[in-house]
Design a protein around this ligand. Structure first.
Ligand SMILES: Nc1ncnc2c1ncn2[C@@H]1O[C@H](COP(=O)(O)OP(=O)(O)OP(=O)(O)O)[C@@H](O)[C@H]1O
Length: 311
């Protein structure tokens, strides 16, 4: 018995760590602008991941719905880590597929705005983000339900959703395309009236857009709610008025220096549960993707409902 205990003590840690963890990489082939970066994933994974602790498979998705199906099937099969290789839209579908399971989300940023990755400080270099998997620093984070749907980073109505719709239709990714749409549409956009019930308190507001921020940004490091935390059990309701063009440089300056919540045009209210009603069933921006969810929106935080690998 003593000899057996002695042998156990001197066995290398790896021999005692049990079966290898299974990873499924779900790659969105069209996210982001540099598609060739994804072609190097297989080689980088082989160079970076510890083969004694992990085994992995890489699949390319055929559509957004396919991303969700792949993720759901992997979670049901007990895959330990499901890695989203894409932007916020890809993360959104991966999370919908695995939500409520024991699988852990990893993120290899390969989108355009990469809002969640920027918020968490996940490196945009594929090799460096793969290396985070070896460290297995797993943290629970919040997700947010909106009607029967779900988001991880940000959702919203108004101008922000219009931009998401035009961006999706443009067929082009990247900041320049996004910026062009914002500047083309801004002058013509008429603020809308919204009725909000925020944790039991009623607000009537006319706004350019209303965003529900679980992370601090839209992507591209455009910070709409500097104090937003992904694990605080709260969603930041950001109510943004239309800024007259002469004040736009000042407000853009605040946006770029992470101080937009100091602007008179921006009101941020932290909440657990929000109901929003509006006149028309216009599109909603859901993690950067335009979707129709009905005139009335019910937003509720699911605290610490997702396990994620973070730096
Ligand atoms: N084969 C596919 N697999 C997954 N998604 C696809 C596929 N083809 C088209 N799409 C679409 O890809 C779009 C972009 O995905 P994603 O949001 O990950 O990238 P992005 O917009 O470039 O990055 P970000 O959202 O971070 O700005 C989504 O609108 C999705 O519907």
């Amino acid at each position: 018995m003593l000899i057996f205990a002695g042998v156990l003590l001197f066995l290398p840690e790896r021999c005692m760590s049990g079966p290898k963890k299974k990873i499924l990489f779900i790659v969105n082939p069209v996210s982001g602008v540099h598609h060739s970066r994804k072609a190097v994933l297989a080689g980088l994974a082989a160079d970076t991941l510890d083969p004694e602790r992990f085994e992995w498979e890489i699949v390319f998705s055929e559509s957004a719905e396919h991303v969700k199906e792949l993720s759901r099937a992997a979670a049901e099969a007990g895959t330990n880590i499901i890695a989203a290789v894409g932007g916020d839209g890809t993360v959104n579908q991966v999370v919908k597929g695995m939500h409520g399971s024991n699988s852990v989300l990893a993120l290899i940023p390969a989108g355009s705005g990469n809002g969640l990755a920027h918020h968490l400080g996940i490196p945009s270099d594929i090799g460096e983000s793969l290396a985070l998997i070896n460290k297995m620093n797993v943290k629970p984070v919040d997700t947010v339900s909106i009607n029967d749907d779900l988001f991880v980073s940000i959702a919203g109505v108004g101008f922000d959703a219009l931009v998401a719709k035009k961006f999706a239709r443009s067929g082009r990714r990247g900041f320049l395309s996004y910026f062009r749409i914002v500047t083309n549409e801004y002058n013509y956009y008429r603020p809308r009236k919204y009725k909000l019930m925020i944790d039991g308190q009623l607000y009537h507001r006319e706004a350019l857009f209303v965003s529900f921020a679980n992370t601090n940004q839209f992507g591209y490091n455009t910070i709409i709610s500097p104090s937003a935390q992904i694990d605080d059990g709260l969603v930041d309701v950001c109510i943004v008025k239309k800024v007259p063009l002469i004040y736009a440089p000042h407000v853009v300056g605040l946006l770029l220096t992470r101080k937009i919540d100091a602007s008179d045009y921006v009101e941020v209210i932290k909440a657990r549960e929000v109901s929003l009603t509006r006149k028309k069933n216009k599109v909603v921006n859901l993690d950067g993707e335009p979707v129709k969810l009905g005139k009335a929106l019910h937003v509720r935080v699911n605290p610490l409902s997702l396990s994620m690998i973070v730096p």
